[in-house]
Design a protein around this ligand. Structure first.
Ligand code: C2E
Ligand code: CA
Ligand code: CA
Ligand code: CA
Length: 273
């Protein structure tokens, strides 16, 4: 890496230095973001397409940077993974989401995203256990969303870890399905409770028969493996009609609700107004 340093000026496009500088700055600011109360979670509803009922909420992390305003998790999670800040942040997200779900009037599921780096952390099972014990949330109300990237890095270890998580009674969903590597093999060998089809397929489905064929194939796969399938990115009624026609189990997207303030607060506001 040292040898590279002198060459960067010739090889990197103009602007790369700027990007690297921003990343370093973000990494620095991330160290204090939790202590300074700059992080919060929003919640997006998930609906059963069989009953039409709410089935749960996915917790989505937001960072309000003091100077830059809202920073997208797609931008800061990779930085947090690289700097190691992801461990403290991930632990906070878990506890916060479990605590929030305990306040809901119905025993719905709360889905929490785990980054690939977090998934390979040695004490992950303890961290999850601690969040459940400290908040009192029933294990079967927690669903962890992981991507294939997390599994591919070390399959044996991932399988061991997933089994321990499942033994606690916690649910595990495979996220962004269809965008990763050897999806079929992963699905077959890992005990997932849910498949989340990546939103890109539904969003393309109107103009792309191929995208729609992929949705259909994933649904058939879910049926044959007996794993329920949730479609992400339901933005319009037309999307919903596609999913109903194809027999999808659950759905999530702007059509049903954007990520929003914690549901418990909404209920309280509704009661108060
Ligand atoms: P994801 O887990 O795939 O989350 C779904 C993303 O799609 C969210 O973006 C959500 O706001 C967005 N979305 C939901 N409905 C629709 C829709 O109908 N149309 C479109 N176009 N988008 C929709 P968000 O909140 O910006 O999060 C981006 C990614 O950041 C997440 O993708 C997830 O990978 C990561 N992330 C978010 N929160 C956390 C967290 O607490 N921990 C970790 N490790 N990663 C997180
Ligand atoms: Ca997710
Ligand atoms: Ca996803
Ligand atoms: Ca994603």
């Amino acid at each position: 890496a040292k040898a590279m340093r002198g060459e960067t000026a010739c090889y990197f496009e103009p602007g790369m230095d700027e990007i690297a500088r921003k990343r370093r700055e973000l990494a620095h600011d991330l160290r204090h973001a939790l202590d300074r109360g700059e992080m919060h979670l929003l919640y997006q509803p998930q609906r059963s397409l069989h009953s039409g009922d709410l089935s749960g909420y996915e917790a989505l992390l937001r960072w309000r940077h003091p100077r830059r305003g809202l920073v997208s998790p797609d931008e800061f999670i990779p930085v947090a993974e690289e700097s190691g800040a992801i461990f403290a942040i991930g632990e906070w997200v878990l506890r916060e989401a479990c605590r929030e779900a305990c306040r809901w009037s119905a025993p719905l599921k709360v889905a929490v995203n785990l980054s690939a780096v977090q998934f390979l952390q040695a004490d992950l099972v303890d961290v999850i256990h601690k969040a459940l014990v400290e908040t009192g949330l029933a294990a079967d109300r927690l669903e962890l969303e992981i991507t294939e990237t997390a599994i591919i890095a070390d399959k044996l270890r991932a399988l061991h870890c997933l089994r321990q998580i499942k033994a606690m009674g916690v649910n595990v969903a495979i996220d962004d399905f269809g965008t990763g590597y050897s999806s079929l093999d992963t699905l077959h060998s890992f005990p997932f409770d849910k498949i989340k089809i990546d939103k890109s397929f539904l969003i393309k489905s109107e103009n792309s028969p191929e995208a729609r064929a992929i949705i259909r194939a994933v649904l058939a796969l879910g049926k044959s493996l007996n794993i329920p399938v949730l479609a992400e990115g339901v933005e319009t009624e037309a999307h919903l009609i596609v999913l109903l026609a194809e027999g999808c189990d659950e759905a999530q997207g702007y059509f049903f609700g954007r990520p929003a303030q914690p549901p418990s607060q909404e209920t309280m506001q509704a009661v108060n107004s």
